[in-house]
Design a protein around this ligand. Structure first.
Ligand SMILES: Cc1cc2nc3c(=O)[nH]c(=O)nc-3n(C[C@H](O)[C@H](O)[C@H](O)COP(=O)(O)OP(=O)(O)OC[C@H]3O[C@@H](n4cnc5c(N)ncnc54)[C@H](O)[C@@H]3O)c2cc1C
Length: 297
């Protein structure tokens, strides 16, 4: 078992909260909305707000999640700098594609009425086919609906080609889920190369790439390529996670007149936040050292 992961798993929840709190906005819809306001007014950053939670199986829990998204949409009224991210496993995929798709449709319609964008996050590869199937169906109806593709998966080049005839917003990232060698690249530099390649493929197919990475050399490489190709600055954007320290590069991109959007998670209950924070801490234990340094000035 991964040692980093084991150490983080053994940490008591209050300690995880102290060490990793920069990664989440806080508790409740209002915390997500306030964080989006603060990021925009102080730093010119855009946000995509996400409700942290576990896989949901019972219809009443799915409906409770839908209602949180409705409240979020209402609370984000008039904020063109904010969008919403959501996950199939919180919205009924475990029951059926038809049920989940209907929930996504309801949320997309409510968001559309407020001029807000929605992004359907991508979970592990067991969900890829169903997620893309639902994405395509809802995208048929709503221009505000985007999704995510993971550059580590071998299938992603084909998925881009088959995505949609309409232009789509597509967050392209390496993918956070470990996948087996028969389905995915195992080597990070190769995943990053693919991410770069897929930015081009997405543009070639008329889509809007949302380049989600904290890898600064990769970001610079993308910018250089996009400038050389003469791509309009509003034809793509960069995305990062709240809490990952990338202040200077974010400022530089915004100064070019481009969007940098942060993924801003909030939780309705702290136990969900702790689960998310443990995952982030396991990915980067150096975060703990940084937070201690900050605490002591
Ligand atoms: C906006 C956004 C949305 C995402 N949505 C999805 C999704 O829907 N599905 C999915 O599978 N994945 C998603 N991801 C996760 C993504 O796939 C990667 O796992 C993650 O971004 C790390 O990859 P990287 O390209 O930044 O490269 P890495 O090589 O992992 O990171 C580069 C550098 O960034 C820093 N860094 C990276 N992560 C952290 C961290 N957590 N804390 C502190 N420093 C860090 C480190 O200095 C690291 O060396 C999303 C990522 C972002 C930014």
């Amino acid at each position: 078992m991964d040692l980093k992961r084991t150490i983080v798993d053994l940490m008591p929840a209050p300690l995880v909260r102290i060490f990793a709190s920069p990664y989440i906005a806080g508790k409740g819809v209002s915390a997500g909305v306030s964080k989006a306001d603060e990021l925009h007014s102080k730093l010119g950053l855009s946000s995509t707000i996400d409700l942290l939670g576990e896989e949901v199986f019972r219809r009443e829990d799915v409906e409770a999640t839908v209602q949180v998204y409705f409240r979020m949409i209402e609370a984000l009224k008039g904020r063109s700098f904010a969008s919403i991210s959501l996950k199939p496993t919180q919205l009924g995929i475990n029951e059926s594609v038809a049920y989940c798709q209907d929930n996504l449709r309801r949320i997309a319609a409510a968001a559309d009425a407020q001029g807000l964008r929605i992004t359907l996050d991508m979970e592990d590869r067991n969900f890829t086919d169903r997620t893309l199937q639902m994405f395509k169906a809802v995208r048929d109806e709503f221009d505000n609906f985007g999704t995510v593709l993971q550059s580590r998966l071998f299938r992603t080049g084909d998925d881009i080609k088959a995505l949609h005839t309409k232009p789509c917003r597509v967050r392209i990232c390496i993918g956070i889920y470990k996948e087996p060698a028969e389905a995915a690249l195992q080597d990070k530099p190769a995943m990053k190369q693919k991410l770069f390649d897929y930015v081009q493929t997405l543009l070639d197919h008329g889509h809007y790439p949302e380049i989600a990475t904290h890898d600064e050399p990769l970001i610079h490489r993308c910018i250089e390529f996009l400038d050389k190709r003469g791509v309009a600055k509003d034809a793509y954007e960069f995305q990062m996670l709240l809490g990952v320290p990338r202040t200077q590069i974010q400022k530089d991109i915004i100064a070019r007149g481009q969007i940098v959007r942060l993924y801003v998670p909030f939780a309705e209950e702290w136990k969900y936040a702790v689960h998310y924070l443990k995952r982030r801490l396991a990915a980067n234990p150096a975060m703990a050292i940084m937070v201690v340094k900050n605490m002591f000035g």
